[in-house]
Design a protein around this ligand. Structure first.
Ligand SMILES: [Ca+2]
Ligand SMILES: [Ca+2]
Length: 213
């Protein structure tokens, strides 16, 4: 059961929509995140997650030209470690786009997506889009909970950056009182990313990738 007020919508609400040619046939396809059950409202409670948001049950809908659209339950996709569907929300005070990269360099496009984690970091996962429209996670070997990345009020960012063998990201660690940068490397044999390196960055000023977007 979803631990949120369950409000049936007359029709799904579009949280964000992006275009890409997922099956490389020269025709543009699309990927949308849709709210299918829940609400759009202004959370005015005094906490770091307040603001205008969509909250409830979401799907990722991939529409590949000429094929049947494929819908994936996003609440389950983002929290696969739980037996029950977990609540999710997306801020919407300003529009945001899905950022596409090929994180594991296999020729198939991927994207990052995040959820609120704390006042200083978001929780991210990487997903890949198959030519059929299926969406699945690019897992981390030790990352049952995904990985921490930059705080942002948009839910997909360019600062989860591609490297020659994987990706890197930075977030502020309250534990260390400074920014921490992680490098993840794709291991084909394991079909997952492994943490290859991490480093503290004792920056003197507020870095740009920790500001709200
Ligand atoms: Ca296409
Ligand atoms: Ca890929």
């Amino acid at each position: 059961m979803l631990a949120l007020p369950s409000i049936l919508l007359a029709e799904p609400l579009c949280v964000t929509r992006a275009e890409h040619d997922f099956n490389n046939d020269g025709l543009v396809d699309s990927l949308s995140i849709l709210l299918t059950e829940g609400r759009r409202y202004h959370d005015r409670d005094m906490w770091e997650g307040a603001g205008e948001k969509y909250e409830g049950r979401f799907i990722v809908l991939v529409e590949v030209t000429g094929q049947t659209p494929v819908a994936t339950n996003l609440n389950r996709l983002f929290y696969p470690q739980y037996e029950t569907e977990q609540p999710m929300f997306f801020w919407c005070s300003k529009p945001w786009d899905i950022k596409f990269f090929d994180y594991n360099h296999d020729g198939r496009i991927d994207f990052n997506l995040s959820q609120y984690f704390s006042g200083v970091a978001n929780r991210y996962r990487l997903f890949t889009v198959f030519p059929t429209g299926k969406v699945s996670e690019l897992p981390l070997e030790t990352g049952e909970d995904g990985f921490l990345g930059p705080k942002a009020r948009v839910h997909s960012v360019e600062t989860i950056a591609v490297t020659p063998d994987g990706f890197t990201c930075t977030y502020y660690s309250r534990c260390f009182g400074t920014n921490v940068r992680h490098w993840y490397r794709w291991v084909e044999a394991n079909n997952s990313f492994v943490l290859a390196k991490h480093e503290r960055e004792d920056w003197r000023s507020e870095p740009s990738d920790l500001s709200d977007r």
